[in-house]
Design a protein around this ligand. Structure first.
Ligand code: ZN
Ligand code: ZN
Ligand code: ZN
Ligand code: ZN
Length: 235
């Protein structure tokens, strides 16, 4: 009877710690399961599955296994996400130095990445991550957008400031008599063509969506060839 009681007492004294320990073990188990699942997906060349498992692992916020960034970078390489692959292989080498189990493979992968990354930089059809550009949907590739002139509220004209929009200038002559003259600046109209929009009522500014480039990166990886239609426009 006594040992049982002792165990119970011990259990009770650690009661407050128990949930924490349990959670940590559960998480470790989950990480292990994910890593195993991802590695076996890689073995059967199912890199899409490996990719989504690795992303679950990252999104979970759990501590990442030391070798994970290497395996993820290899997966990304296979999926043609070269820029991202480079980020993770660099991260791996930064974290593990020469001691990583996959050090040699990581160095090899960096070598393999050189060609594809150089192609991305040389290509004008894709962004720096290798994603194909499409014309900006807001400006239709015009780089600019037209909107109502804010200065004249799209009227095209503004009140003349010299005559207070009256068209007349009031002067008091030497005999103390008030005389009115036509305002020279607005030729008596009281109004002037808007200096901001030159009377058009419209203002043209660089498109903010594409930052004036006329194009935005799609979610489609670039083939670096002009006339190949590779499902561009995937959303
Ligand atoms: Zn005037
Ligand atoms: Zn205006
Ligand atoms: Zn635009
Ligand atoms: Zn390209």
């Amino acid at each position: 009877m006594r040992p049982v009681l002792l165990t119970l007492a011990l259990l009770l004294s650690f009661f407050s710690l128990a949930p924490l320990v349990a959670t940590a073990q559960l998480n470790l188990g989950q990480t292990d399961r994910w890593m195993k699942g991802a590695l076996s997906a890689m073995e059967r060349s199912d890199y899409q599955t490996a990719n989504s498992i690795f992303r679950n692992l990252i999104d979970s916020g759990l501590p990442l296994p030391e070798e994970m960034p290497y395996y993820f970078s290899e997966t990304l390489f296979q999926l043609g996400q070269f820029d991202n692959s480079q980020n993770f292989v660099n991260k791996y080498l930064e974290l593990t130095g020469f001691t990583g189990q996959n050090y040699d493979y990581a160095v090899l992968l960096k070598e393999k990445l050189k060609g594809p990354l150089a192609q991305i930089i040389a290509c004008e059809l894709c962004d720096r991550r290798g994603y194909r550009y499409t014309p900006c949907s807001l400006c239709g590739g015009n780089k600019q957008v037209e909107q109502a002139c804010a200065y004249c509220r799209a009227n095209g004209v503004v009140g003349c400031s010299r005559c207070g929009a009256s068209g007349m200038i009031k002067k008091i002559n030497v005999f103390n008599i008030i005389e009115f003259f036509e305002c020279e600046r607005c030729a008596g109209n009281g109004r002037l063509s808007c200096p901001t929009c030159d009377g058009s009522g419209k203002e043209v500014s660089a498109c903010k969506t594409c930052e004036g480039s006329g194009k935005i990166a799609s979610k489609t990886l670039c083939s670096h060839e002009k006339h190949v239609h590779t499902g561009i426009g995937n959303k």
